[in-house]
Design a protein around this ligand. Structure first.
Ligand code: HAM
Length: 415
């Protein structure tokens, strides 16, 4: 019997996994540079955590959660995102006790029962950042700048930043009311899901991908026209900070994001002219989430990057075998023993080295070294053992030379 990975999940194989490693390394370097520390969270949480945090009316809670009962009859859910877990951990461990803000990042798999398609998986991976404890637009500017730097450093092509404000508890209810009245007049044109959304949270109609619903939204009230003075000032100030550090963005008044916990700032980094599955990273401010979980009111902001989507953008440009390495070719059993100890010695010195494990001929070993992209090889045969030296060859040159062990280490350390 043969098995395949479950629908909507995938194996990340070399060389793509190498690309992933480089992306994660770069991201973690940047996160550290900005003062963020890693938090490692469980991949499952109480189902209620997500229902209360992301909202009953969100698509994720309605349709996309992998929920199951444990043997004690408790309802658990595989995390569809990381922010709820971070907020839960913040409250549980009183992480704000020695001062705010608390700057955390996380990485790992997330699970959503979505219809699989290009760029949309049921298990996918995020790199996320949360700045917990500041209500100031400067905090939003900081996380947006960090995310922008991520795309800049990795040279991801054709990415644009969209921002908006979804208001707060003092102005959003009026906007929601205006939107509900507007949509009620067009109710018969809405899909069954949106009819339900109209009841629970009409903002979610903006997330609908059904063409008729998109049409019904034409001329709908815009959240930016309903912002209270405090929210409008917050948004203006954020735009000011971004302009000040030369970050380009577009104000997108229809962008509301699919999670109920957002207040004020929301943003997305999208592939230029892309569809909904082309959002590479997204985030926003969530000033009430931590108090929903029983903590002191702690305004916060953050984002997460979708690793699969970023890797897909970089795939074509992926470099091959970045590290300088050496392949040790052994001819005969005695040579194999020597090669094995040489490879170990090189690795102990932090030099990337490998050898053959298949008893191949010298010629076939040379072919492997070439195929794997090794720039250098070392050859060990009877003569080398007798003379206590190595034959060294730079693949770029046709000649080879004889070297002592110390000379060899010197050559390889040079890189
Ligand atoms: P989100 O917009 O739901 O936000 O997801 C963030 C990113 O995860 C998306 O922009 C996308 O790149 C990736 N993503 C989401 N769903 C899938 C999928 N099915 N397949 C592949 N990639 C996917 C959040 O998760 C929030 N927690 C972000 C945040 C952090 N807000 C504040 N702090």
């Amino acid at each position: 019997m043969r098995f395949t990975a479950p629908r909507g999940t995938r194996d990340v194989l070399p060389p793509e996994s190498e690309l992933w490693r480089r992306i994660v390394q770069r991201a973690e370097g940047l996160f550290a540079l900005y003062g963020y520390k890693e938090i490692v969270l469980p991949v499952m949480e109480s189902t209620d955590l997500f229902v209360k945090g992301m909202g009953e009316g969100s698509d994720i809670v309605q349709k996309e959660m992998f929920t199951f009962e444990d043997k004690g009859g408790r309802s658990l859910t595989l995390r569809p995102e990381g922010t709820a877990g971070v907020a839960r951990a913040f409250v549980q461990h009183n992480l704000g006790r020695s001062g705010l803000p608390v700057k955390l990042y996380y990485k790992g798999p997330m699970f959503r029962h979505e219809k699989p398609q290009a760029g949309r998986y049921r298990q996918f991976h995020q790199l996320g950042v949360e700045l917990i404890g500041s209500p100031h637009p400067l905090a939003d500017a900081e996380v947006i700048t960090l995310c922008n730097d991520f795309f800049r450093v990795l040279e991801v092509p054709a990415v644009e930043l969209l921002i908006n404000s979804v208001g707060d508890e003092s102005c959003r209810p009026q906007f929601v009311q205006a939107l509900r009245s507007f949509l009620l007049k067009r109710e018969e044109r809405l899909c069954p899901d949106c009819k339900r959304r109209l009841e629970i949270n009409p903002l979610r109609v903006f997330d609908c991908k059904v063409k008729e619903c998109r049409k019904a939204l034409e001329g709908a009230p815009r959240v930016t026209d309903h912002l209270c003075e405090a929210c409008a000032t917050h948004l203006r100030s954020l735009m000011d900070y971004l302009q000040n550090v030369n970050i380009k963005f577009r104000l997108e008044p229809e962008m509301v994001r699919g999670l109920d916990y957002y207040t004020r700032t929301v943003f997305e980094f999208q592939k230029v002219k892309g569809g909904p599955q082309d959002t590479l990273a997204a985030g926003g401010r969530y000033d009430n989430l931590i108090s929903i979980y029983g903590g002191e009111p702690t305004p916060s902001t953050g984002f997460s990057i979708g690793l699969e989507r970023v890797a897909a953008m970089l795939k074509e440009g992926a470099e091959r075998n970045e590290e300088i390495g050496v392949f040790v070719i052994a001819i005969g059993e005695e040579a194999r023993k020597r090669a094995f100890s040489l490879v170990k010695e090189l690795r102990d010195r932090n030099i990337h080295a490998d050898m053959d494990f298949m008893e191949r001929s010298a010629k076939a070993q040379m072919k492997v070294a070439d195929r794997e992209g090794y720039p250098r090889v070392v050859i060990i045969g009877g003569e080398e053992i007798e003379g206590d030296y190595y034959t060294f060859r730079d693949m770029g040159e046709s000649s080879q030379r004889i070297v002592t062990a110390e000379e060899l280490y010197g050559l390889l350390m040079e890189g």
